[in-house]
Write a protein that binds this ligand. Structure first.
Ligand SMILES: Nc1ncnc2c1ncn2[C@@H]1O[C@H](COP(=O)(O)OP(=O)(O)O)[C@@H](O)[C@H]1O
Ligand SMILES: [Mg+2]
Length: 247
């Protein structure tokens, strides 16, 4: 069943010289419940712009974005958003960051067990009372993920949440994301410029090209779980995606 429908979407923005630029052109994408969509493309091709439209932070000049048949024109707690960095409040501890959304909706009676569950699942035990600047980049991103997922979103939007991490930490956070996706069956849309990451996580890969930002192709990921980054099938599929990105 289609959960998210992006239909004939254009996004036009002003550049710094008063010129209109077509940042996104004729974007069409249907996403079913429980899918993991990886959106890949070079810097500037409009990935963040597309994610912002799906979240409701922005609205398109043409076309529309629908979730469960309703047009999206503002953000909602049912759609979580994790940024590349800066998703955490620096003045709150890791635990307070993770529980802040729950507190905002449920007051003091929020589900503390759920928070503890995600602290455990994200490997943050022992760091509950640390502040974001006191933990590693990987931990901070796992906390940012926990902060969103604890609100049980129907759709989780991930904008290069591993972009600033080193390769080892990145693989670790990818595994955490995959585990959460499998456990919660939350629909996830990940934006990345890392081909391996897109392939490791995605059930479908959306390949975008820049100027104007368009969807070049949507490719089903044939790889079974568990996936191995060094398997022949993985590397073969990687080549296939790489070829589509070379334009
Ligand atoms: N608020 C804005 N005003 C004007 N131009 C913008 C704005 N946001 C993004 N852009 C332009 O839109 C294009 C796509 O940006 P973005 O969606 O951030 O790309 P990506 O996330 O793929 O790197 C870029 O050329 C960028 O300069
Ligand atoms: Mg971006």
């Amino acid at each position: 069943m289609v959960q998210l429908a992006v239909e004939n979407v254009d996004r036009v923005l002003d550049d710094n010289n008063g010129q209109k630029i077509n940042v996104l052109e004729d974007i069409n994408l249907n996403v079913g419940s429980g899918e993991f969509i990886s959106i890949i493309g070079p810097s500037g091709c409009g990935k963040t712009t597309l994610l912002r439209l799906i979240s409701g932070l922005d609205t398109p000049e043409k076309g529309r974005v629908e979730v469960d048949g309703n047009v999206i024109d503002q953000p909602d707690v049912s759609r979580g958003y994790v940024f590349q960095h800066g998703s955490l409040f620096p003045w709150e501890t890791i635990k307070d960051n993770i529980s802040s959304g729950l507190k905002a909706t449920n007051g003091r009676n929020y589900d503390k067990k759920l928070v503890d569950h995600y602290i455990e699942l994200m490997g943050l035990k022992g760091f509950e009372n640390a502040y974001p600047h006191q933990v590693s980049g990987g931990m901070a991103q796992r906390a940012a993920l926990a902060r969103s997922i604890v609100l049980n979103p129907e759709l989780l939007l991930l904008d290069e949440p591993m972009g600033a991490l080193d390769a080892f930490t990145r693989a670790d956070v990818q595994d955490v994301i995959q585990r959460v996706w499998k456990q919660t069956k939350t629909t996830m849309i990940l934006v990345t410029h890392d081909i391996d990451e897109a392939i490791y996580l995605g059930t479908r890969i959306v390949v975008m090209t820049p100027r104007p930002g368009r969807i070049k192709e949507i490719v089903d990921n044939p790889l079974e779980f568990p996936r191995k980054r060094t398997s022949d099938e993985f590397l073969q599929f990687r080549r296939q995606i790489q070829d589509k990105l070379n334009f």
